[in-house]
Design a protein around this ligand. Structure first.
Ligand code: IMP
Length: 175
């Protein structure tokens, strides 16, 4: 598949994604038994993951959508923005961040820092994808569906210059 100037190939098919999403959901269902967590899904990249994850969650829960730092092209910009759209009161509530991908980890580190100011009961990260070799900061990522190598990927919500979010499979750039 060609997107703008780059060629991509399927690297994680839909069936494998959904299997791992269901696994992560069952871990959350187990760990949060008796609780009513607030899921905070980070737009835009996590919209598909959030939809599939929440369909597997059997707990009484809320989901809210927030926006964060932008990501331009194939390199993390390192730009940090505030959390937009956090209209729910998370004081003393268990929060689960739903993120598409943790790359350097800077985005999530910043989000954790900001959320802590609202005094939640707890905050855990649930990411669809993790590039372990690229992590730059110490980050406790409790829930991760898939670990991938450093290559740039798109699909299933993730984009390349805003394109490619609408595929069922995940694609890796062909160098
Ligand atoms: P971090 O702050 O470096 O961890 O970057 C996290 C953000 O970068 C994610 O929320 C994505 O929006 C974006 N990102 C990182 N790697 C990729 C990729 O391979 N494809 C698409 N977006 C990516």
């Amino acid at each position: 598949m060609k997107v703008l100037d780059k060629e991509f190939r399927v690297s994680i098919p839909e069936a494998e994604i959904l299997k791992q999403v269901a696994r992560v959901a069952s871990e959350i269902n187990r760990d949060y038994e008796g609780e009513s967590p607030v899921f905070l899904a980070v737009l835009n990249g996590s919209f598909m993951f959030a939809a599939d994850l929440l369909r597997e969650i059997t707990l009484p829960c809320e989901i809210h959508f927030v926006k964060l730092a932008s990501y331009e092209g194939v390199n993390s910009t390192g730009k940090i923005h505030e959390i937009l759209g956090l209209s729910v009161d998370i004081t003393n509530r268990p929060v689960i961040i739903v993120e598409d991908i943790v790359d350097t980890g800077l985005t999530m580190a910043h989000m954790l820092e900001t959320l802590e100011k609202h005094n939640p009961k707890s905050v855990n990260i649930c990411t669809l994808l993790l590039k372990p070799e690229k992590l730059k900061v110490a980050l406790d990522i409790k829930y991760r569906a898939l670990e991938i190598p450093n290559d740039f990927i798109l699909g299933y919500g993730l984009d390349y210059d805003q394109l490619g979010r609408n595929t069922r499979d995940i694609y890796t750039v062909v160098e």
